[in-house]
Every structure is written in C-alpha cells, then in structure tokens.
Design a protein around this ligand. Sequence first.
Ligand code: ASP
Length: 364
Amino acid sequence: MTAHDAAGRRPAEGGSPGIVTGRQARPVVVASANGNQFRNGGPLTCVEQAFALLAGGADPLDAVIAGVNIVELDPGDSSVGYGGLPNADGVVQLDASCMHGPRRRAAGVVALEGVRTPSLVARALLERTNHRMLAGAGAQAFARAIGFPIEDDLNSPRSRGLWLEWKRRMAAIETADPIARMEAGYRVGQQMLVEGLIDVNHYYGTINCSAVNARGEICGVTTTSGLAWKIPGRVGDSPVLGAGLYVDGEVGAAGSTGHGESNLYALSSFLIVEEMRRGAHPKDAGLEALRRVRANTVDPALLDAQGRPAFNVKYYIVNARGEHAGVAMYGGPQVNYAVCTGHGAETRPCEALFDEELTLTAAP
Ligand code: ASP
C-alpha cells in the first residue's frame, strides 16, 4: 500500500470508471488533446490505441508509446515527429522522453534528427542501456546502430512550406545579432499565429501520454518537435525528466505541453508528482505548478499587459488510483486534454488558472 493510497481519498471528479483491483486502480490513459485527434489514416487515436493495448494486458509503456507513434507519424500534427515544424535552419529536431514506473527506468533523447519516432529511440535507450539521455549526433548514431532508418529530412510539404514563409518574412529583418534574430523570429512566428497560418497548438505543441493499468502500474511518454523555428540545438522541457514528464510508480504521472522554458525552471512535472505524493488531487497538484510558474515569471519580455505570463502551459496528470486532470495557465475552447477509459475516449476542457484565452501579443 502506498502513502498515496493510504490517504484514503474518495474517487474524485476526473476519475475513470472502475475496474477494481488489489490496488484499487482504474485503467486509464490521459494525454494532451492531440491524443484524441490524429489517427494517421488508421481507426484509432493515441488514447484509444493505448487503452486497447492496456486492456489487452500490454505493458503500460508499450501502450502509451504505440499511442504516441500514431501522432509522431501523422503529418497532420506539425508539432510532433514527422512533419513537425523545423528549427530556424529548416531542420526537424526532435526530443522525447519516457518513464517506466514499476521498473524505475527512464530515458530521453534530445535534438535527434532523421528518426520519425523519437519515443521509440528513447524507449530503446531505457530498455537497453543504463544511460538516461542521449543528444544530437550521438542519439542518431545510437538509433542507426540499433536499426532505425535515418532519413535526410523529416519535413512534410506543409512544415517546409510554413518554414519557407517564416524565412521569407525573416529576410526583411536586417540583423546578424543572434539574440535580435531570435526575438524577431518569435515576433514573426506570433504574427503567423495571429494570421491563422499556424494553429497555436502546433506552434507550441507536443504529445504527452500516460497510463495506469488495472494493477496500478504507471508509465508515461512525451515527444515533440519543440518550439517552431527554434535556435538550432535549443532543447525544451519534453526530454528532460522532471520537466516535461515525470512518473513515480507509487504516486502518479505528469507531463506537459506549452512553454518548455518555464517547466525547465520549475521542474513542473516533478513538482506535480511530489504534490500528489503529499496527498493532493491531480487537479490541485497541477494548479500548484501553474502558480509556481506564474510566480517565477518575472522577465518583462514574458509578461502581458496585466503582468501575467504571456504564454500558455498545460499539464496532464494521473494518479495511481486513476484519478486525472488537465490544467492550463489559460483556458478557452481549444485548451483541452484527452482521456480514454473503458467507456471510450473523450476530449475534456482543462481547468485553467486564468479562465480567459491567452492573448497572442507578446513574444516569449
Ligand atoms: N514544451 C515543448 C517545448 O518547449 C513545446 C510545446 O509543447 O509547445 O519544446
């Protein structure tokens, strides 16, 4: 019996329908909203695929990775895997991490080029080595050596087209200074968002997916192409254990999408799991992380006119009992999370620290 179970809290809102086990766990898969959107031409979304495997007795890590593979491979999601929006040089650089609660194993890959499914490379690192992180050319060499095909270019026609448009607009900006160019790059990207050329969920976008099976075993994965048109080599929170993903096999899992830099500072996923260890419901644990991010955001360049964070960040959270939540700094109709239980898949609104929608004006 874990400390968390011993708290004896009632099944709260967001709980999934029960298959009662020795540990009182309810099988559930929780993901970012794109986990119940993209199918890559197949019949199932990420959360449906993961839940089907979970219900069939698969290892929860195998289940969630099979789920996110659908989104990594679907060119329709330009925030993940193949067809992800590239860096400033037009190169798709991918980050991913995964954690296996019962086995206490974890791994991440960083700035990996040429492999459509970085989550599978992270899992191979987790399974086959005692290393926790591989980066860049080393990660690619590892992937090649264990049999992953390496492709020259992971752009889809759409991701390349959007990058060419961004480059065209950047050509008018006359500065060689890398900081000034980075700031101008953000402004140009924001303008493309405001014009509707890119969906906000794809400029900042990622997929996180976690699962709890009937034995209460918990695993999670996060995979992304990172921030659109980032400085080559920029790494966000997704592959960093504790930032974009954290799983404790006795307590629960948390993962994130959105402004990665704030999660790197706050180690938000770790913070959320530790809040749950102290007895917090997933929703309250997530809101606490949002308050921490808000308190840490003091740079004027990252604040809106009311002094609030000028970015969104979202957390997807599940505890060992199968209770779950999606929370976000800002709300609105597009700010959702995905869940799948024995009753099927659903897209639900995230609980927001600020109910209104994020206003796209500043340049994080
Ligand atoms: N968190 C990811 C990153 O910072 C991007 C995102 O989810 O928007 O790389």
